[in-house]
Design a protein around this ligand. Structure first.
Ligand SMILES: [Zn+2]
Length: 299
């Protein structure tokens, strides 16, 4: 049994209309075509759990606290008393180091596990002062970061899976189609019990209120996810896609939304994901449950 978690930054469940690029994309948005008050038609037998990202705390949900919650199962905004933007502070880093999904699985003897994203040399040469929740989680669990060499050897996927950003930054890497990138990710999934892949550009185009960019990025992302689903073995793998907060689904303003986020699930244990996930704090416990217990049958 294995699990792939695809994390998408800033992707909520919005209403249909001109400000929602997912609505404009039509069939091209599948499997990301989910809307408020509408049962989605998901390919490959997918199911949707509408997931609360506000977590009982006032204000708009933010990345650092939302991602910490997804990766640990700890309600980070409730603990801090507010939603934390950008990168985790020391209090959140402490929670991540101790409770990340990678640590929990390691303690349970589940592995090998992988963070599929590649980092460029800049990260290793001059470590940024502020690092993402996942970076903290990977380091604390003693997991390996994938590098440019892994990307070139088809052992890693860049956060922009087409490699466009790496090429623009001057690195000698080949451009990938969404389908090629999906093949690389599926091969990593086949060799690990838990694999995490992260994608952030959705949040960026959301803040920029860039409709053309959003249409382009979401069509490619949808093609990538469809291709991942067509390539991984869904009989032995559960694929989960989730987000930390809404943003790109409503380009009428530049902030995050309070909309629920989609937790989509496919494959072997999808029904358990749909049954268990109500808020961002349910993602990690659901994954650890799937990887440590046999399937439970419910009447
Ligand atoms: Zn944001």
């Amino acid at each position: 049994m294995s699990v792939l978690l695809i994390f998408i930054d800033g992707l909520g469940i919005g209403t249909r209309g001109e400000h929602n690029p997912l609505s404009r994309l039509g069939a091209q948005a599948s499997p990301l075509a989910f809307f408020a008050d509408e049962e989605p038609e998901l390919p490959f037998g997918g199911v949707l759990a509408r997931t609360d990202a506000c977590l009982g705390v006032e204000g708009r949900p933010q990345s650092a606290s939302g991602q910490t919650t997804i990766l640990t199962g700890v309600n980070a905004p409730a603990l801090l008393g507010h939603h934390k933007q950008g990168f985790p502070n020391e209090q959140l880093r402490e929670i991540i180091r101790e409770h990340s999904i990678f640590r929990q699985l390691k303690r349970a003897g589940i592995g090998p596990n992988a963070f599929a994203n590649a980092y460029t040399p800049r990260f290793f040469q001059s470590r940024p002062r502020w690092v993402s929740a996942t970076t903290v989680a990977v380091e604390a669990a003693g997991l390996r970061f994938r590098e440019l060499a892994d990307l070139k050897a088809n052992r890693a996927v860049y956060q922009d899976f087409t490699n466009g950003l790496v090429i623009d930054a001057g690195f000698d890497v080949e451009r990938r189609t969404p389908e090629e990138a999906a093949g690389v990710l599926a091969a990593i999934v086949a060799e690990h019990q838990f694999t995490l892949y992260e994608y952030f550009i959705t949040d960026r185009v959301g803040h920029a209120q860039d409709m053309d960019g959003a249409l382009r990025v979401l069509a490619a992302l949808a093609a990538f996810v469809r291709s991942v689903l067509a390539t991984v073995n869904l009989r032995s793998t559960t694929v989960i896609l989730t987000s930390d907060h809404g943003n790109v689904e409503d380009l009428s303003f530049r902030n995050h939304t309070r909309n629920p986020v989609p937790t989509l699930a496919w494959g072997a244990r999808r029904a358990e994901v749909q049954r268990r996930v109500r808020t961002l704090a349910d993602i990690t416990p659901t994954i650890t449950h799937i990887l440590t217990r046999q399937e439970t049958t419910h009447a």
